[in-house]
Design a protein around this ligand. Structure first.
Ligand code: FAD
Length: 460
């Protein structure tokens, strides 16, 4: 009775917000330790600059250029340059290039071009070249480019307010939600969906209507629950159950996207730049207008937390197997220290009864083709990240889609208790644990924001 099924009908008593918040009080410190003190989990490799937006022409200004990043703030030229969106969205810190395959083979421990900064163990950061797997939910970052990407310090580039907004950001979010436009029966083959190489994008008004309907249905349900009981207890609303002609998998897809969007909004509101004082501080008005007034969005954020918790708990036994994953090639001491921190997180994630039941998905008659459709659509979401016109937002957007992609892969591509060790690339592991850490920090920020609202803190 205490399992959060993807059907999302959850008994308040066992899987409430407070259950997950209690869990988070133990998980978050372990995650913070892992992601901030280990070289392996504090650096991410991605192709940030070499890929064009595959869906529309970013040369012409809707997205992907600096104009897109600066159009949000009125009269940008009136504010100091350091506070402008184009500056705030820039990457900071050393950026190291990935060594090519040939060089890696010849001399794996060669220093990286550019360098990653003082004291960073390169054997814990450099990734050996890997091949794509048809079970991936994300597009590997080296797809269609010869470059293998750059290594970026996540600690030097926190996810926070950048000022990126306006038409460019809206176009990306709209396109992401349009991917939710699944076809009910007769699922197209992966070829007609664009297969692995060709990005496909759903078109037409139906997708936008779907988001509106989902939001309305979710909000109505959550509000109804709030009227009936303590406003903080309902965990997952029956978001969209009332929506006609809509299947479970489609609803889960929507919730993952909406929960990711809610988490990004939480961080930009929590770490917000007050352009009058130059202080970074929480912005309660931002929280109220983007999250507090939309309980369904918050519910989707908690849903994602439950989903990632389950994926990490499922991975736990494999992570503990000696030799299954290596965290620092060539440095046994660092490898052991990092592994211990990974296991500490997995242990916490496994400390609650299974809170998400993935086995209910892809089980109907159309199961396998639906799964392929789901996977292709998720890959398109990851491709859409190349249309984000702000470097820092693109970094975290790519990392989080890769993190959800890795979680979905663990949940849906590997059987429970199977002896087969889930094959996860370094980038997938880093993305998975950092995405979990983002959600953990969102949960904490939401609780603090909620308290601020209850205390009547000024909404400016
Ligand atoms: P948006 O957040 O742009 O939302 C657009 C519309 O989507 C809303 O009007 C609403 O109808 C709907 N919507 C909003 N939230 C949800 C939800 N949770 N579920 C369902 N529907 C929803 N800005 C930063 O400052 N820092 C960042 O790190 C950052 N990262 C980004 C990453 C990506 C991938 C993208 C596309 C944008 C990012 N942005 C970032 C921009 C930010 O997300 C907003 O787009 C921007 O602040 C403008 O906000 P808005 O109020 O216009 O609404």
């Amino acid at each position: 009775a205490c399992v959060i099924s993807p059907k999302a009908i959850v008994s308040d008593a066992c899987a409430s917000y407070s259950t997950l918040e209690r869990l988070n009080r133990n998980v978050k410190p372990a995650l913070d330790d892992l992601t901030s003190t280990t070289d392996f989990f504090s650096h991410y490799r991605l192709n940030l600059f070499n890929k064009k937006c595959p869906f529309w022409d970013d040369e012409n200004g809707m997205c992907g250029n600096i104009a897109c990043a600066v159009e949000t703030l009125d009269n940008e030229e009136d504010i100091p340059e350091v506070w402008r969106a184009s500056e705030l969205g820039k990457l900071e810190g050393p950026l190291a290039k990935h060594p090519g395959r040939k060089i890696q083979k010849e001399k794996p421990m060669r220093p990286l071009q550019g360098g990653l900064g003082e004291g960073v163990g390169e054997s814990c950061v450099v990734e050996y070249d890997d091949e794509c797997d048809e079970r991936d939910y994300c597009v590997p970052d080296d797809e269609s480019t010869s470059s293998r990407g750059d290594y970026v310090s996540l600690l030097r580039n926190p996810e926070r307010f950048t000022g990126y907004a306006g038409d460019g950001a809206k176009q990306v979010w709209d396109a992401i939600y349009r991917e939710n436009c699944f076809q009910k029966s007769s699922f197209p083959s992966s070829a007609s969906l664009g297969g692995d190489d060709e990005p496909h994008q759903a078109k037409g008004p139906a997708a936008m209507d779907f988001r509106a309907v989902m939001e309305a249905a979710g909000r109505q349900h959550v509000l109804e629950q709030q009227r009936q009981s303590n406003p903080l207890t309902p965990f997952v609303a029956k978001t969209g159950l009332e929506v006609e002609d809509e299947c479970l998998e489609k609803r889960v897809f929507y919730r993952v996207i909406s929960g990711m969007h809610a988490s990004i909004s939480t961080h930009l509101c929590w770490d917000f730049l007050n352009q009058t004082t130059g202080q970074w501080q929480p912005n309660v008005a931002c929280y109220v207008s983007r999250l507090h007034e939309y309980p369904d969005r918050i519910s989707n954020l908690y849903f994602n937390y439950a989903l990632l918790t389950r994926a990490i708990a499922k991975l736990g036994p494999y992570l503990a197997e000696p030799g299954a994953y290596t965290f620092c090639t060539g440095d046994p001491a660092e490898d052991a220290a990092t592994r211990a921190k990974v296991l500490a997180v997995a242990e916490q994630a496994s400390s609650v009864p299974q809170i998400f039941d993935e086995n209910l998905m892809f089980k109907n008659g159309e199961g396998p083709s639906l799964k392929e459709d789901f996977r292709n659509r998720f890959r398109n979401v990851s491709r859409l990240m190349d249309c984000v016109g702000c470097d820092k937002c693109r970094l975290w957007g790519k990392l989080q889609t890769a993190g959800y992609g890795a979680a979905l892969k663990v949940l849906f591509e590997f059987d429970n208790g199977s002896p087969e060790i889930p094959v996860l690339k370094r980038t997938e592991l880093v993305a998975l644990f950092n995405t979990y850490a983002r959600l953990a920090s969102s949960l904490e920020a939401i609780q603090k924001f909620r308290a601020m609202v209850e205390e009547g803190e000024e909404v400016v």
